[in-house]
Each structure stands twice: as structure tokens, then as C-alpha cells.
Design a protein around this ligand. Structure first.
Ligand code: ZN
Length: 208
């Protein structure tokens, strides 16, 4: 299968690799990452991955992801990792798909976040996960924080380590539970907004 056949993304536009909100990257380089305050769970089930065990291409260790960004309609469907190696060209497309859509700014997303999303998708055999927010530059995060109070001051979104997602097939409560069980670090359950925050920071969970 050619790489091209694994891709389905619209409007890939390299000119958007621009700066303009570089402070987030600087903060990341300095290791300044805030932990959202929340009720922190005391226990956690051991990490297991039956989703991976169920994957049809298990022997080749092929991992797939199916994402659609709600705001742009940008989609990716396909293989992003083979035999433990992330495919650079595909990761670049995923970086674009998960960009800050308010300013069309791209950041390198943490591959472990893609793994966590892939796990979640596989647990429920989802056709896709809808992303409402991926990377956020500092200005975007601050705007959301002021408007909704639902963003941490130094959110993991600003470091390419978080995504807010929902599914048409499975409600956010079940998504949140599964995300917690199968490999996410932080899991926020937002029942009234209908989405789940998932990040690859330290293990913690909360209800928004
Ligand atoms: Zn979030």
C-alpha cells in the first residue's frame, strides 16, 4: 500500500508553518507545563492494550488513526506507525490536521498523543474521532480560558500533547473511561459539552 493511499487530508498547506505564537514552544523547551487543577484519581488500572491485540495487522505492528477536525473538516484516515516507527510524512499531516485552526499554526504533536487517540478509537472500533481542539497557541488558549474557563493557563494543548475529542458512536462518559484505562495521561470528562480532553501529561482525571 503506498503512502498516498493511506492519506485523506484536505488543504494541506505548508505555508502555515509559520511562527506567531512561539511562546508556547519556548515554554515547552523550558519544561514549564502546568497541571490543570482537578480531582485526581488515586488509583488506576494497569496499562493494557486489548485494542492493539485486536488489531488486524498485529504481526506487522501497523497502527492506524482516523481523525476529523470539526472546525475545518480536515480528515486523516490511515496508517501512521509501522513496526514501532512513526511515519514522518504522516505525522506531518497529523500535525497539520491538529493545528491551531484559529491562526493556522502548526506544531509538532507528541506521537504518544496519537497513540492514545488510536487506542481509544480501537477500543470501540470507531469510524473516526472528531477533534474539537488540538494544538493551541498561547493566544488561542488564553482566549478559550477567558471565555469558557475550561482551559488551564499553560495547557497541554499548547505543547502539542492534548486533544479534545468526541464520537458520534460512543458518548463522552465511555470515551473518558476507556481513555483512562488504555493509556492517556490526563483525561477530562465534559458531559455538558459532550467531549473528552485527553493528554499525555501525568496521570490525572477530572470532570469539567
Ligand atoms: Zn482539552
Amino acid at each position: 500500500m503506498s503512502l498516498k493511499s493511506t492519506m485523506n487530508v484536505q488543504n494541506v498547506n505548508r505555508r502555515s508553518f509559520l511562527t506567531g505564537c512561539a511562546s508556547a514552544a519556548t515554554a515547552a523547551a523550558m519544561g514549564v507545563i502546568a497541571t490543570p487543577t482537578a480531582s485526581v484519581a488515586r488509583t488506576r488500572r494497569p496499562l493494557a492494550s486489548p485494542a492493539v491485540a485486536r488489531a488486524p495487522h498485529r504481526l506487522k505492528d501497523v497502527r492506524t488513526i482516523r481523525l476529523t477536525h470539526q472546525a475545518t473538516g480536515d480528515r486523516f484516515r490511515g496508517v501512521y506507525s509501522e513496526s514501532g516507527r512513526y511515519i514522518p510524512e504522516v505525522m506531518e499531516i497529523l500535525n497539520w490536521t491538529l493545528r491551531d485552526v484559529n491562526v493556522d499554526e502548526v506544531r509538532r504533536m507528541d506521537p504518544k498523543l496519537i497513540d492514545a487517540l488510536s487506542n481509544l478509537q480501537n477500543v470501540f472500533d470507531l469510524d473516526e474521532l472528531i477533534v474539537t481542539s488540538g494544538y493551541r497557541c498561547r493566544a488561542t488558549n488564553e482566549r478559550i480560558r477567558r471565555r469558557t474557563g475550561r482551559a488551564a493557563k499553560n495547557s497541554y494543548h499548547m505543547h502539542g500533547m492534548a486533544a479534545d475529542v468526541y464520537s458520534y458512536k460512543v458518548g463522552p462518559r465511555r470515551l473518558a473511561r476507556a481513555a483512562w484505562t488504555y493509556g492517556a495521561g490526563g483525561v477530562g470528562y465534559y458531559p455538558y459539552n459532550g467531549f473528552v480532553h485527553l493528554d499525555v501529561g501525568p496521570q490525572r482525571r477530572w470532570r469539567g
